[in-house]
Design a protein around this ligand. Sequence first.
Ligand code: NAI
Ligand code: 15L
Length: 269
Amino acid sequence: MPTPRTLLLTGAAGGVGTLMRDLLPAYGYELRLLDLVPIDGEPTAVTADLADHKALREAVRGVDAIIHLAGISLESTFDRILRANIAGTYHLYEAAREEGVGRIVFASSNHAIGCTPRTRPGDPLIPVGTPHRPDTFYGLSKAFGEDLAQLYWDKHGLETVSVRIGACFPEPTSVRMLSVWLSPADGARLFHAALTAEAVGHTVVHGSSANTRLWWDLTTARALGYDPQDDSEPYAAKLVAEQGELDPADPADARVGGRFVTDPPMWPH
Ligand code: NAI
Ligand code: 15L
């Protein structure tokens, strides 16, 4: 596909959105911003809910591609996840289909496979084709998003790269994060690769830096042209001294999703 220039960034007020607003313009993108909440210093940003079909149609009209970050980014009640993440992602795909947008980069999550046992030293890395094993309603919504993306590719020719992000923050803050960290700069590299690779159909990739303690396979991400430059290991000595190594006897430490696996579910209230 031709190199996209104009991008819609949903969830632009959030943590990853804020990091990407700083980093993506250097790749030559012009960003159109959308979020449920107003964005400081961005008077032209669209303030809209993913449930607002008319606003979504207008927001996607004329863009070359979309990075879809908007939604609830942690566990919540099923009803809230249903509205924001499941129905919300459907509404975005419908708007994109109606307006003829060619490609979406979908912010999936490691929590779509969160109940998968984590890799121990010497084990093979977790392949991208590992079955969905969501650890929460939140992870379930990301599994849904990946399947929705497959449906829109198979039925409508709308391409997606689903990026199962590990943890994208300025620095790793836990021993678990040493394995799953995606540095902001590598995040921008990965999004750029996902936006510019030829003929992606629906491709699922794991989204991490080149961490020494990596748990999953980055082959499909590298095949897009992603060349991660960062490694969490320089942060390891301090974090391990403070927190200790992961304990294989602790169920939260034994699986990919960490405490998402063991936290009690949230019920309606
Ligand atoms: P965040 O919670 O900081 O930002 C999400 C943004 O989406 C917020 O600004 C919020 O206002 C907006 N939003 C929520 N519901 C909305 C709705 N109905 N309509 C419009 N906007 C809505 O999350 P963060 O950390 O920036 O993550 C971005 C995306 O990446 C999320 O989809 C998250 O699930 C995914 N992700 C993030 C990871 C991370 O390490 N930060 C790891 C894995 C996945
Ligand atoms: C996610 O999916 C969350 O959005 C993020 O806040 C982190 O908790 C991350 O996963 C993680 O697994 O550390």
